[in-house]
Design a protein around this ligand. Sequence first.
Ligand code: ADP
Length: 396
Amino acid sequence: MLTLALNSGSSSIKYRLLRMPEAVTQASGLVEGIGESEGRFTCRRGGENAAPTRSTLPIADHRQGLALIFDSLGDLPENGLAVGHRVVHGGGLFDQAALIDDGVAAKIADLQSLAPLHNPPNLLGIQACRTLWPHVPQVAVFDTAFHHTLPPHAYHYALPRRLSDDRGLRRYGFHGISVQSALKRAAAQLGRQPERLNLIVLHLGNGASVTAVKEGRSVDTSMGMTPLAGLMMGSRCGDIDPGLLLHLLQQGELDARSLEHLLTRQSGFNGVCGDNDVRHILARAGEGDAAAQLALDMYAHQIKKYIGAYWAVLGEVDALVFTGGIGENAGEVRAAALRGLQGLGVDLDPAKNAAACAEPRAIHGEGSRTAVLVIPADEEKEVAEQTYRLVAAASA
Ligand code: ADP
């Protein structure tokens, strides 16, 4: 079976075509800068090491972006094809991946009120594929689904119950596809069963979250009803005092729309030091730039606080798992976040931490009581695996 994993985000669309169940990549690529004056399309035919073809062109909307992808994939045989869509918000409706029919598509559309920035572009991808391939099975794989095991004391906010009970205003958590993938790969790396593992998974990319995994299940996570909460991120604020928002609204300085822009685009690393690329920020800090250093210090401090909190929630931790573009590549960030945790039995091996490598690996020292792992994120593969499993089971 060929499985197309599609991640249709707000301004970019990532895709990977895999032959399943072997998970061999046949083609992959990325459309970026949708709706901006200059868009970019990068595609690879063949495996990840194939040379990419790049083109720069205006890409007005998602339809045009998806058309570029469909064209580059050529005529795919509809028989034996499945499409897996990453969908950000499954609310309380989806606790696992779902075969998409009209009813499921309508529910994803209904959830737009909870995820106005994320579910609409996901839905555009679903609609385009259903129109192009009406007889091809399509599967929605939700970023929230892995967190459906959060206990009530972790998912409730201390607000009037009617807001959570009647309107679904509660913590859902995100990055579940990444955490599920990291859990499987960490288990393989440690030679253990996933359902026996206690992990703290740190997904540090443009978006960033921390998840406490107890015996293979999510029991707490830093993102909330939306992916704005928790750690500071590339351009999102993370946890702040809600009273501060009231203050801004009451002073009449901002309306809801400009507040959204402030919290999702102008905050995080961007807000503190004017850049959201951690490579640049590390270089600037190395040259003595105080704003860049402050942003990195804040980030490390916040990660450390979540590790401490989730350690207390879990009782025992088998491994700390770093994933996402920053988690995988920025040894300096990992070292800063773990500095001072020797009391918890965490001991980093500096040479292993500094080495660059694209494979899952352990970076703790021999005396460390807890493993520290770096696991490259592979959300497309996880989407393809869940899609394959569901489609194969449905056709059995
Ligand atoms: P997304 O959440 O959009 O998928 P990624 O997981 O790709 O994002 O992470 C993007 C972040 O990873 C950016 O801040 C980027 O600077 C950072 N990053 C990527 N490579 C490196 C590197 N070699 N060193 C430090 N940071 C890196």
